[in-house]
Design a protein around this ligand. Sequence first.
Ligand code: ZN
Length: 121
Amino acid sequence: MIFRMAKIYAFRLWGLWLMLGGMGLMILGLLGVVLQWGLAGRIMAAIFMLLGGLVMMGSMAVYFWAGMLSNQSYQLECPECGRTTKMLGKSDRCMFCRTRITLDRKLATEFPESPTDDHQN
Ligand SMILES: [Zn+2]
């Protein structure tokens, strides 16, 4: 499913999942304190807080990266649905109808035959 999205959307989705994962880890760590597991609970909380913090920093890096990438992308009108979409690299998918679009003529003639192509709707 993720591979059928426009790249910018996929990056943002990963960022979101990482953020949720980091928050989940922190909450899990707090359980050790809340349930009063003593020293072990506190150590566990510290470790999970650290892990959660790292994961959340990772998610921010992904968001930042996605932001940079979207600055490098260019806008074009989708040939299928006619809406303006953003494109990353030489080939990407339309943000709205998820049609594969490419700037490379060589790729464009090859992709309609590929089994992963999904624009015969
Ligand atoms: Zn489209």
